[in-house]
Design a protein around this ligand. Structure first.
Ligand SMILES: [Zn+2]
Length: 135
């Protein structure tokens, strides 16, 4: 698979493997036909005042539709959209804070659980490669 190949190449180049894995996961959701709503509010479609991400609701939540979903940082809201649209081949630098990585990971793990029932073999695979490289 082209996406996986591109991802592994970038990991070999030394780019943030966790960030790359998240990018791969987001793009795979699109292939699976269950892409999250990260252009506008998943409930009302508004592009304004997006305040959090909810795996339960399926993506962005705006201020008006917010109920009591857990809040994520602004950076996470922006970064996840960038991840979704970026062309892996064109990434030359990937600097993401631990906080953002944690929030995106949490969203994706939960989202996969809810909407795909898939166990991410590629995620385990990439984790293992990364461990080998760090040994
Ligand atoms: Zn809304």
């Amino acid at each position: 698979m082209e996406l996986l190949k591109d991802t592994l190449e970038k990991i070999e180049e030394g780019l943030n493997p966790e960030g790359l894995t998240n990018i791969l996961e987001l793009k795979l959701l699109n292939y699976l036909g269950v892409a999250p709503s990260i252009d506008s509010c998943t409930h009302c479609g508004s592009e304004k005042q997006i305040i959090t991400l909810s795996s339960d609701k399926g993506g962005y939540i705006c201020k008006n539709c917010y109920q009591n979903e857990p809040l994520v940082s602004d950076k996470t809201i922006k970064m996840i959209r960038m991840y979704y649209y970026v062309d892996i081949k064109n990434i030359s630098k990937l600097e993401v804070s631990k906080e953002v990585t944690r929030e995106i990971n949490q969203f994706l793990d939960d989202y996969y659980d809810r909407y795909t029932g898939l166990y991410m073999k590629s995620k385990e695979f990439i984790k293992r490669i990364n461990q080998l490289q760090n040994d």
